[in-house]
Design a protein around this ligand. Structure first.
Ligand code: ATP
Length: 244
């Protein structure tokens, strides 16, 4: 039990979630390394949601709300850290959720499918029995996608993604949105909208933004998207690390 008074309480709670998920068997061995890399970047950010992250989130939510078939791609880490927050966001913006694992095994997919069911979400895509197609006809696991999900999506939100997958997605012509604490990762660099923030803070924040933007005029959302410059925003995000 971590005492709430511990100066690194929040961070240790997240670590605990990753350790628990590892024991439950739905994370690959490398998941802890990915988490550690994220932790280090978050530490340098002061574990706070920055202004560039908020600006990217507004553009991201506006894009998702104007999309025909938006899909949120989830892996083991995102599930371990923010399952309820992901479900809440998906329901608020009417997006689908699809399982997408770097080291895909039937066992991990089944465990994650069960977890979403247990948390009240049974429509998850990318399951063992789903109809899987290959993006851009690239026959490798990193290009696999559910036929009714990412394969036919116009917008894909890929939190905590690896660079290979992000690159493939960006070549499909779909709008790609990422949540990645590293502004220099290939994922952040190749996405259309890169949110440099922790998934545990970003999802609840985006749900609040969505509740607001859903009541706004469509033209305001279009302007928000047109005014957003991902290159410029990523540069601003990077400067905040240097200023620490
Ligand atoms: P790339 O292949 O995109 O250059 P990478 O090799 O670092 O990046 P991975 O190790 O597969 O990619 O993925 C981990 C990424 O997720 C890292 O960029 C890390 O900063 C980020 N990350 C880890 N934990 C979190 C989190 N909780 N919230 C947001 N991003 C996170």
């Amino acid at each position: 039990m971590i005492p709430k008074s511990h100066p690194r309480y929040e961070s240790l709670v997240l670590r605990d979630k990753i350790v628990k998920a590892q024991k439950e068997g739905y994370l690959a061995e490398s998941a802890m390394i990915a988490h550690g890399r994220g932790e280090a970047f978050d530490y340098l950010l002061g574990e706070k949601t920055t202004f560039p992250a908020k600006r990217a989130m507004y553009a991201a939510v506006a894009t998702i709300l104007l999309s025909e078939n938006p899909v949120i791609s989830v892996n083991g880490n995102t599930t371990a850290l923010a399952i309820d927050e992901v479900i809440q966001f998906a329901k608020t913006v009417n997006a689908k959720i699809e399982i997408n694992l770097f080291y895909r095994t039937d066992e991990r997919v089944e465990k994650i499918t069960e977890l979403y069911k247990k948390h009240g979400y049974s429509q998850i895509l990318g399951t063992k029995d789903d109809d899987i197609k290959y993006l851009k006809s690239i026959k490798n696991e990193r290009a696999s996608a559910s036929k009714t999900g990412i394969y036919s999506a116009d917008t894909v939100l890929v939190p905590l993604e690896d660079g290979d997958r992000a690159e493939i997605l960006s070549k499909t012509g779909k709008k790609t949105i990422t949540i990645d604490l590293n502004p220099l990762s290939r994922t952040s660099q190749t996405s259309d909208i890169s949110i440099v923030d922790n998934v545990v803070r970003a999802f609840p924040f985006m749900t609040e933004i969505a509740k607001d933007l859903k009541t706004q005029d469509k033209q305001l959302l279009i302007n928000m998207i047109n005014d957003f410059d991902n290159r410029k925003n990523l540069k601003e995000a990077l400067k905040l690390f240097k200023n620490k």
